[in-house]
Design a protein around this ligand. Structure first.
Ligand SMILES: *Cc1c(COP(=O)(O)O)cnc(C)c1O
Length: 386
């Protein structure tokens, strides 16, 4: 069967992966090698040096491209290294219009590294995509979107963004980390580049740090591979193997994350200590209709605030959780809780973060694939201690 005709679960397991030609091993071996012997100068089997290409990484890059409905994939040492590659496609004087409610590390990369090299950033609330146009001018080269956003779970209309990008001749990049290709495929909605922190749901087991870029256009792919090879922020064969293994259950995990997410979000809404619950599956979520249009389900990422908005209360809740672990990151099989204001978003100035809703009592949950009843009981006991 042609990979293009496969449904998601079949692709996740089979795309890009072939039995090892020398032994028949069904699992792609960990090619722990830096170099490859050539028969004579210039005569080799497609691999010359592992920064440029490694068979284990190559299998993963092809698998990732297939599940994002793209042609080309490239893996990096972290999600930020992948975004770093996209920004290196730009020149001094170029401008970027970016989501304001952005992963803290991406904000830091933009403002403390790339601003210095003469790239100008505009951080914009994109819940109404039309707002982007106010910041686009003849220097704009890239629109950078995260949806759902972290941690406010805002939803941005990817198709509307792509129309704006095309109209003004700039690239649209989408950080698809929170949704995963199981829930949303931005290339099908007109995005030029999809980025992942593979560290999160794609790896899925909290044991690898990795990033990826996926695209459909040969010219963009050539640029990405040139920078990947020139800057050298590549990922290791062992990590590529672990992520290939993780992706084989991506569809099963995301189904369960989404089921559990719904149950936990609905529970939080009924708890009297809780003020607001941010989850795109709620009908009263500001962009629920767009979420329904571009996502298959709503996932297990939830944020909520506490009545009274006291930082001590939020810190007590995350400390008292027993099944949820207090940790940065997300997307693993185990449930995690975090306090964005002091953890993931500490790099963003207080005034800036509060404008986007990251207030002192905001708690972010990455709902795992445990039994939902245990997760709800855990939240209940921690909230009852307030
Ligand atoms: C974690 C994360 C990143 C950064 O990825 P790393 O793998 O930690 O470098 C970027 N965007 C989002 C949405 C993330 O959650």
């Amino acid at each position: 069967m042609d990979e293009k005709d496969m449904n998601f679960g079949t692709k996740a397991i089979h795309a890009g992966v072939h039995p090892d030609p020398t032994t028949g091993a069904i699992m792609t071996p960990i090619y722990q090698t830096s170099t490859y012997v050539q028969e004579e100068v210039g005569k080799h089997k497609g691999y010359e040096y592992s920064r440029t290409l490694n068979p284990t990484r190559h299998a993963l890059e092809q698998n990732l491209a297939a599940i994002e409905n793209g042609k080309f994939g490239a893996c990096f040492g972290s999600g930020l290294a992948a975004i770093d590659c996209v920004l290196k496609m730009l020149n001094p004087g170029d401008e970027v219009v970016s989501t304001n409610d952005l992963y803290g590390g991406t904000y830091r990369l933009f403002t403390t590294i790339f601003e210095k090299y003469g790239i100008k950033f505009h951080f914009v609330g994109m819940e109404n995509a039309g707002k982007i146009e106010e910041y686009v001018n003849e220097n704009t080269r890239l629109i950078w979107v995260e949806t759902p956003t972290n941690p406010m779970m805002n939803i941005i209309d990817i198709e509307a963004c792509s129309k704006i990008a095309k109209k003004h001749g700039c690239l649209l990049g989408v950080d698809n980390t929170f949704a995963t290709p199981y829930l949303q495929t931005p290339l099908d909605l007109g995005a030029d580049i999809v980025m992942h922190s593979v560290t999160k749901f794609l790896g899925g087991h909290s044991d690898v740090v990795m990033g990826a870029l996926i695209c459909n256009d040969q010219k963009i792919a050539d640029e990405i591979y040139r920078i990947q090879n020139s800057s050298g922020a590549v990922t290791a064969p062992m990590d590529s193997f672990l992520v290939l293994r993780g992706i084989k259950t991506l569809h099963l995990r995301i189904q369960r994350h989404s089921e559990n997410g719904k149950k936990v979000a609905e529970y939080l809404k009924t708890n009297e200590k809780v003020d607001k619950v941010y989850w795109p599956g709620f009908e009263d979520h500001a962009n629920h209709e767009i979420a329904k249009k571009q996502m298959k389900d709503f996932g297990g990422m939830i944020s909520f605030t506490l009545k009274g908005n006291k930082i001590e209360d939020a810190l007590n809740v995350v400390k008292n959780l027993e099944v949820f672990s207090l940790a940065e990151s997300l997307g693993g099989v185990e449930s995690l809780a975090g306090h964005p204001a002091t953890m993931t978003h500490a790099a963003i100035p207080k005034e800036e973060r509060e404008k986007s809703g990251v207030v002192d009592s905001l708690i972010r949950l990455s709902v795992g694939v445990e039994d939902a009843d245990d997760l709800i009981a855990d939240l209940d006991q921690a909230l009852n201690k307030l």
